[in-house]
Design a protein around this ligand. Structure first.
Ligand code: ZN
Length: 134
């Protein structure tokens, strides 16, 4: 098994998101008709099915909506990180984003805690992760 962590796969829908991450910007599509900010990226709004959207830059702040602590690695690349937190972060702009809470002990994490984005730079990739705010 490979001990290198898997990286995202770029496609036509998510390309703008990952280009924003490379500049340490969290960017999401916002529907030009109903204003819904969506994740994951798609060609139409899941709320009103309108296809025209603008890209907005999110604040990078949100709260822990839900989380789990991994005590077992399902990919060898994550073995050295155990135990680690996988969290659903609800961003201030609305989208719920699956990521990691880093820079703390897993026992420090609880639902509704405020978080902000931090960047995990891996080669040409910048992966958005989150840290707890006081
Ligand atoms: Zn819409």
């Amino acid at each position: 098994m490979d001990n290198v962590k898997p990286l995202p796969l770029i496609n036509g829908d998510n390309e703008q998101f990952w280009k924003g991450c490379a500049r340490h910007e969290l960017r999401f599509q916002k529907c030009r008709r109903c204003g819904f900010v969506r994740w994951p990226p798609s060609f139409l709004c899941p709320e009103c099915h309108y296809t025209d959207a603008e890209m907005i830059r999110a604040s990078g702040r949100g709260r822990v909506y839900s989380f789990v602590v991994y005590h077992m690695a399902y990919h060898q690349g994550f073995t050295d990180d155990l135990p680690y937190v996988v969290a659903l972060v609800e961003l201030a702009e609305g989208p719920r984003f699956l990521s990691n809470i880093v820079g703390c002990e897993p026992d420090d994490v609880a639902c509704d805690m405020p978080v902000e984005v931090v960047w995990d730079d891996i080669g040409e990739w910048s992966l958005p992760k989150f840290r707890l705010l006081p």
